[in-house]
Write a protein that binds this ligand. Structure first.
Ligand code: DHE
Length: 484
């Protein structure tokens, strides 16, 4: 009966249908009722904000290679495709919601963690594994950090973004997708354990130092979601009355620190007690925080600020804004790094609108140097055993270049072009700092392994738009030079 109805409906669609009817007929089964996502990603303005309207139109018309998204040009007229593309940029008729019941209903246990061996079931060093995000086809690779062999490769939810976070012993890794899915993977058994959808548009997640809690921050709805780190079951949600820019753990403080996007506050949620209340301590900021980095002792936040001179420093003990700092443009969040120079800590960050890196003295908060680069960069990474900080040129005609900045002279010592014409970005070192992995951020891209002393290429693994890479040991030790 259904089949017989389809032909007249399609025909009717082509002649007179509205975009809402076209959505219902052609898109809803994959992208969900009210566009909140199902097997396909959410199609809400918040989720599409990063994609240009022409690109949205092109995807409807031509589909997306290597995905379930089919080309609709054979079924829809150009006017219908235009209509759908602009319909998707509008908020849905009834606001999209995601509450505790939705979170609980989405929770899936994929393996029984209590039945799995508690020691590594592979021969690689568990603290020198790498987790690599292949953003081109939404997969994760697990790499042996000694041999650079791929131990596992598995699909993820749509658009894993930001740093995956680890349990303190390095056994579990947790991922957040932009669509709100948190996934838990067991690195000892190379198995997915659980997943829960915590929101419709998620920023990132943090894991407590004691490994008991996972906290996720959302844009949509604006809230925090606390999960049990053992199996991702929901503990509770905390309304923030604001979008959450980012959440991090501050290990020496036994707390989570939360940056809010719509109110001038930073929240600290302590998890020190046996049964923490997670009652927020609200710290007044001078401006809304898009994001921040910690000082090496986790006492201060070095935060971005659109109003102050580009940055503000907040002391977490006193809750006071210490000073403004001169950052000439907005960095990508969590992109900076710090190291010791002549016995003093310095902090450096690129910015995403100007070809320049700001280096700041972490004691006096004075600008030491602006280093001109070949273009705006996204990520700076180093290792305590590396002489250089590696800083990419993500935007502009020189996006295939990567600068190696001498940590003592603050001069660009080398500029490499690993694959001319293709974006080179984001570096992560092995646990001992001897080698490093660099992404060639292209569909026909690669992961390149370099010797960090000789700068010789050791290995090249073809990959589909590899983005971030994360070394388990560096991450669980919160090592200098990498992201936290
Ligand atoms: Fe990111 C980290 C926010 C655009 C790739 N990005 C982060 C973090 C935040 C953030 C808050 C820190 C998460 C953590 O450590 O848990 N990113 C934002 C933005 O607000 C911004 C500018 C706009 C947006 O769309 O959200 C943005 N980010 C991008 C991209 O366009 C990138 C290049 C490609 C992508 O995958 O979307 C990108 N962001 C990354 C990566 C990290 C990241 C690879 C992790 C870096 C690390 O080493 O930890």
């Amino acid at each position: 009966m259904k089949r017989l109805l389809l032909v007249p409906l399609l025909w009717a669609g082509a002649a007179h249908s509205t975009p809402a009817e076209d959505y219902h007929l052609h898109c809803e089964s994959c992208h969900g009722l009210n566009r909140i996502g199902a097997t396909g990603p959410a199609l809400l303005p918040e989720s599409l904000g990063r994609i240009k309207p022409e690109e949205v139109r092109k995807v409807i018309e031509q589909g997306r290679p290597a995905s379930q998204m089919a080309a609709f040009a054979p079924q829809l007229s150009a006017a219908q495709i235009d209509g759908l593309a602009s319909f998707l940029q509008q908020p849905p008729a009834s606001p999209a919601t995601w509450d505790e019941r939705d979170i609980r209903n989405s929770h899936r246990l994929l393996a029984d963690v209590n039945q799995l061996p508690t020691t590594p079931q592979h021969h690689a060093d568990p603290l020198n594994l790498f987790v690599v995000v292949e953003s081109g086809d939404h997969h994760i690779d697990i790499l042996d950090g000694n041999t650079f062999a791929v131990l596992d490769r598995f699909p993820t939810h749509f658009a894993v973004h930001g740093g995956p976070k680890f349990s303190p012993d390095g056994r579990f890794v947790y991922f957040a997708s932009r669509d709100g899915w948190i996934s838990q993977y067991d690195l000892h058994n190379l198995k997915l354990i659980a997943e829960t959808r915590v929101g419709l548009n998620t920023r990132n997640l943090a894991v407590s130092k004691d490994g008991r809690w996972v906290l996720a921050g959302n844009y949509l709805p604006g809230n925090l979601v606390l999960l049990n780190a053992r199996d991702l079951s929901l503990v509770k949600t905390l309304d923030t009355a604001s979008r959450v820019s980012a959440v991090y753990t501050a290990p020496p403080r036994n707390s989570f620190i939360v940056a809010l996007k719509d109110v001038n506050e930073v929240w600290e949620l302590s998890y020190a007690a046996a049964q923490p209340s997670f009652e927020p301590r609200r710290i007044q900021a001078q401006d809304v925080l898009d994001d921040f980095s910690f000082s090496p002792d986790y006492r201060q936040l070095v935060a971005t600020s659109r109003k102050a001179g580009g940055g503000q420093v907040i002391d977490l003990d006193t809750g006071q804004v210490v000073t403004d700092i001169p950052l000439s443009g907005m960095p990508h969040l969590g992109s900076g790094t710090y190291w010791q120079r002549n016995g003093q800590w310095v902090f450096a960050t690129p910015n995403i609108s100007k070809g320049q890196i700001s280096v700041i003295d972490l004691k006096t908060w004075k600008l030491i140097k602006q280093i001109p680069t070949l273009g705006p960069g996204f990520f700076m990474r180093s290792h305590v055993n590396s002489r250089y900080v590696w800083s990419d040129v993500f935007f502009g005609p020189d996006n295939d270049a990567i600068h190696l900045i001498d940590k003592q002279t603050l001069e660009i010592a080398h500029t490499l072009r690993p694959m001319p014409g293709k974006t080179a970005a984001h570096v992560e070192f092995t646990r001992d700092g001897r080698y490093l992995l660099l992404s060639i951020w292209a569909t026909d891209g690669a992961l390149i392994v370099y010797d960090s002393q000789t700068l010789k290429e050791i290995k090249r693994l073809p990959m589909n738009k590899p983005s971030g890479k994360y070394n388990v040991g560096n991450k669980v030790e919160f090592a200098e030079g990498t992201s936290h």
